[in-house]
Design a protein around this ligand. Structure first.
Ligand SMILES: [Fe+2]
Ligand SMILES: [Fe+2]
Length: 169
């Protein structure tokens, strides 16, 4: 079964309980996906897990305030659609489950896929006025992007320095 990403996004977006323009809503999920896919080009993360994390990790928020269990609810929602809207091996689902459950608990990970998911999410903190910090990044490329505050700034500074050694690693 090939994954119908468009349908997954439509279904998850339609069942999101907060306002559509919530800081934890679909626009944020899209930036997490973009960040994650970029980081994955250097971290070797499992792409399907990164993309599923992006769409599910905040999907079960009930409000935009403190809500430590929203990641666990997002993981449970993903589990309910596994085999229905997407296929994932047990090994890869464990990564998705862990990444969703613990993404808001301030942890770091040595696993390249989990680390990529968490970095992708934290690199979007600028949307709420918080500068991402390299100390809270799990991957090397995540730390480099955090120095520039966002993927956009990182790419712009890399482009400005194109031709100089070691800019875009
Ligand atoms: Fe979250
Ligand atoms: Fe998030």
């Amino acid at each position: 079964m090939s994954t119908n990403w468009k349908y997954i996004w439509e279904k998850v977006t339609c069942s999101f309980q907060c306002d559509r323009d919530s800081v934890h809503g679909p626009a944020h999920w899209r930036r997490v996906e973009r960040n994650g896919l970029f980081i994955a080009t250097r971290s070797g993360a499992v792409l399907d897990v990164v993309r599923l994390f992006a769409v599910f990790h905040d999907s079960r928020r009930q409000h935009d305030g403190p809500d430590k269990s929203h990641g666990a609810r997002g993981a449970a929602y993903a589990a309910s659609l596994r085999g229905v809207l997407f296929q994932l091996s047990d090994q890869h689902f464990e990564l998705l489950d862990y990444a969703c459950k613990w993404h808001a608990h301030g942890r770091l990970s040595d696993d390249s896929t989990i680390g990529t998911c968490w970095d992708a999410d934290r690199l979007d903190l600028g949307r709420v006025g918080i500068a991402p910090h390299p100390a809270y990044m799990s991957t090397e490329v995540g730390r480099k992007i955090a120095v520039d505050s966002s993927l956009q700034s990182f790419l712009e500074s890399a482009e400005a320095g194109a031709g100089t050694e070691g800019t875009l690693v």
